[in-house]
Design a protein around this ligand. Sequence first.
Ligand SMILES: Nc1nc2c(ncn2[C@@H]2O[C@H](COP(=O)(O)OP(=O)(O)OP(=O)(O)O)[C@@H](O)[C@H]2O)c(=O)[nH]1
Length: 391
Amino acid sequence: MARARAGGTAAREGGAGPASPPRRRNRRTPRGAGRARRPRPHQVLHPGAPRHPAGAGHAHPYPHRRPRRRSADRGMTDMNETTGTRPGFWKRLTQGLTRTATELQTGITDLFTKRQLDASTIEEFEDVLIRADLGVENAAHIGEILRLGLFNRNISGEEVREAVAGEIEAILTPVARPLQFEAAGKPFVLLMVGVNGSGKTTTIGKLASTLKAQGKKVVLAAGDTFRAAATEQLKVWAERTGASLVARGPGADAAGVAYDGIEKARAEGADVLIVDTAGRLQNRAELMAELEKIVRVIKKQDPSAPHAVVLTLDATVGQNALAQVEAFQRVAGVTGLVMTKLDGTARGGILVAIAAKYRLPIHLIGVGEGIDDLQPFAARDFARAIVGLES
Ligand SMILES: Nc1nc2c(ncn2[C@@H]2O[C@H](COP(=O)(O)OP(=O)(O)OP(=O)(O)O)[C@@H](O)[C@H]2O)c(=O)[nH]1
């Protein structure tokens, strides 16, 4: 089945090692043609070895200087740079990713129980990764890593999962970035975009709470003028977080609401303006044109704005998420991603496919219905949880 996706060559130069495994030809295009990473077989052979010097990106360089703060005061930045230190955080993540982790863990364990690594095992292994939506190129790349390092050897499922986690972490580390609310002037304008029900409102609620905890002044603009309930939802978040709300009636011009939002944020000296927008399918031209207009109107007020355009993606839509990134990027200039509903799919590898293809920052992931299930994205945690390994 997965073979139908084949295309191009999987050839990589050199480094075959003593086992000299046979090269597969004309199967798949290597991951990111023209920018393919070099395979690192030593990381497979020594799966426990640190992947980044001195644990870069995971450990605080001066832990003794870090001020202690209550969890409610933690900003996105703090939460993102630590791993495994927040009670409940890891549990939520692993529970949320159970379906994908089970799919991957079972697939890998079935394949590698007391079995030598040969060409057909690698092909089946790549299919397991593809079924979890990691993408053909990532699957081929990880398969190649195994082939180069461990061909003709007995290998356990645990070793393979360690190797997969390592490779996924390497793909995700550069894109795991907290949302920084920094602009030359005030307010920092954040535009939230995405298809219906992808989690925009939940994300706005989370961000507004976090900003409030940091002592920032926030204005919310109810740019979803299609759905009356959307304004109501936003109003609840405004009340809960002490943010100001800007809204016009149902059916009003969404760009006008964004305009009002900037005016109000300036008048109030607010730090951050978050503009909600109506959910829209990326193939609805008229709605995408409306989004373009919102961006235009914001830019007229402040040419440097919007300072962030965050696209929320529902992980359960699978490969369609790739088309969404492309369309929203074209129209609104997406600067970062939030992926929700990873708990609702066994194909959470889509996040890895998107990271590898677009290299857009991933700010948050949603692993459940509650606001606390929307978590800052940490590459290592995600990479290990998704293959069912301990943190
Ligand atoms: N299971 C699960 N549900 C989620 C997650 N994130 C959001 N939801 C739910 O998805 C639904 C839609 O979320 P919203 O935040 O309202 O989405 P929206 O993009 O604002 O929706 P529209 O206003 O229709 O465009 C709500 O019922 C949320 O509780 C998640 O990570 N997992």
